[in-house]
Design a protein around this ligand. Structure first.
Ligand code: ASP
Ligand code: MG
Length: 410
């Protein structure tokens, strides 16, 4: 007997029929003798609709009231799921975030979980009850409802699994696992049986949007194995049909490269003729940070005349106009040409085996060169190499790299 947390995303509970189907899966786990705690998202589209209502009433709405509105989608699903389980003869009870409680800080709209009082729910699980927790929501120390940011139910599920000391956190979704790359671009993309937390973090934050990034960070920190699997297929979590996100040490056959990720939400800013003086970088990036603009890849060129230099960096596309505006107000840049370009994409090669193998970067550069794709910026970490290229070459680059590293179905 194991204790398992099973989370169902929006498409897996999109209508009553799907909720019933999800309930069948939980019933099958219970029949095998497992204890199950369930976490549910809002039915697909509901959270978007609630956000839209807030915007309609007031684009500058109060963040506390936003949370009190948008948290409601999950309440509906948790009640319906508990009913569906009861209909199957299973003792089940719904829980809203405040009832557990899932204690959060007061950053409304993207709160962080600071603690969970698990005793009562644990006691009930031990008595044979299935708890159905509304994901995405919590309560602040001032008793206000709060939400964890889009996709936050993943984080609720991992946090609950950690608090309960669960054996595994199953994330049921509309894909059957994590792939070597986007199967819409590469038909031969292969489903991975296992991937390390570190790699999944790179894949998640690089735009392979299977799990909320924060949930992977938490799983890594708390050492919770997470399985990504499809709710549309017959198999249940305990059959391990999906991709297991786990510790590096638990992966026997480590590939050098495990995936090719890409992110379209990139914009490049080039500053031509930046004064080449100590402290200038701080004066440029300081105001950007103050404006909560996240800067990613940064390259500074060597100065040609020792007076000025060129600087290139990336921000997310939605931040581009604000970033340009902020830079235009920067006293140090009054003689600098500021260029923005949002027709770029970041393509990355990810793999833990890179730590101990050379030549991975060379393969990437050679492959792109053969396709005549110009690399605009390069950035690396221990387990990742990213390049910025023109967005029109996204598919070409992803396919060529997937081929070059031999990631196709074996
Ligand atoms: N319903 C929330 C959202 O759409 C949370 C979630 O589904 O994870 O972002
Ligand atoms: Mg999601």
């Amino acid at each position: 007997m194991a204790l398992i947390v099973a989370k169902f995303g929006g498409t897996s509970v999109a209508d009553v029929k799907r909720i019933e189907r999800a309930a069948d899966k939980i019933a099958a786990e219970v029949a095998r003798g497992h204890q199950v705690a369930v976490v549910v998202s809002a039915m697909a589209g509901v959270t978007n609709q609630l956000i839209e209502y807030c915007r309609e009433v007031s684009p500058m709405h109060d963040a506390r009231e936003y949370d009190s509105v948008v948290s409601n989608g999950e309440n509906i699903t948790s009640g319906l799921m508990a009913m569906a389980l009861q209909k199957r003869g299973i003792m089940a009870r719904s829980w809203q975030g405040w009832q557990v409680p899932i204690k959060c800080n007061d950053v409304h709209g993207k709160a962080r979980i600071v603690g969970i009082n698990i005793e009562e729910m644990k006691k009930r699980l031990d008595e044979g009850e299935v708890g159905v927790l509304a994901g995405f929501q919590g309560v602040t120390s001032r008793n206000r409802i709060t939400t964890l940011g889009r996709g936050g139910s993943d984080t609720t599920a991992v946090a609950l699994a950690a608090a309960l000391g669960a054996e595994r956190c199953d994330i049921y979704t509309d894909v059957d696992g994590v792939y070597t790359t986007d199967p819409r671009i590469v038909k031969k993309a292969r489903k991975l049986d296992k991937i390390s937390y570190e790699e999944m973090l790179e894949m998640a934050s690089l735009g392979a949007k299977v799990l909320q990034t924060r949930s992977v960070e938490m799983a890594m920190k708390q050492d919770v194995p997470v399985q990504v699997l499809s709710s549309m297929e017959e198999a249940i979590g305990s059959d391990l049909p999906g991709t297991l996100v786990t510790r590096e040490e638990d992966i026997v056959e480590q590939e050098i490269v495990n995936g090719i990720a890409y992110s379209k939400d990139e914009a490049k800013i080039t500053l031509i003729g930046v004064p080449d003086l100590p402290g200038v970088a701080a004066k440029i990036f300081g105001p950007l940070a103050d404006a909560a603009i996240n800067v990613d890849m940064i390259v500074q060129n060597i100065s040609k005349n020792e007076k000025s230099t060129d600087l290139t960096f990336t921000v997310s596309q939605s931040d581009l106009p604000r970033a340009i505006d902020t830079l235009n107000k920067c006293e140090e840049l009054k003689d600098t040409e500021i260029r923005g370009d949002d027709t770029v994409v970041k393509v990355s090669v990810v793999g833990i085996g890179m730590r101990s193998h050379v030549g991975v970067a060379q393969t990437m550069f050679k492959t792109l060169a053969e396709k005549n794709i110009n690399i605009q910026v390069i950035a690396t970490s221990e387990i990742k190499i990213s390049v910025l290229i023109a967005s029109e070459y996204t598919e070409l680059a992803v396919r060529a790299l997937h081929d070059a590293y031999g990631l196709e179905k074996k």
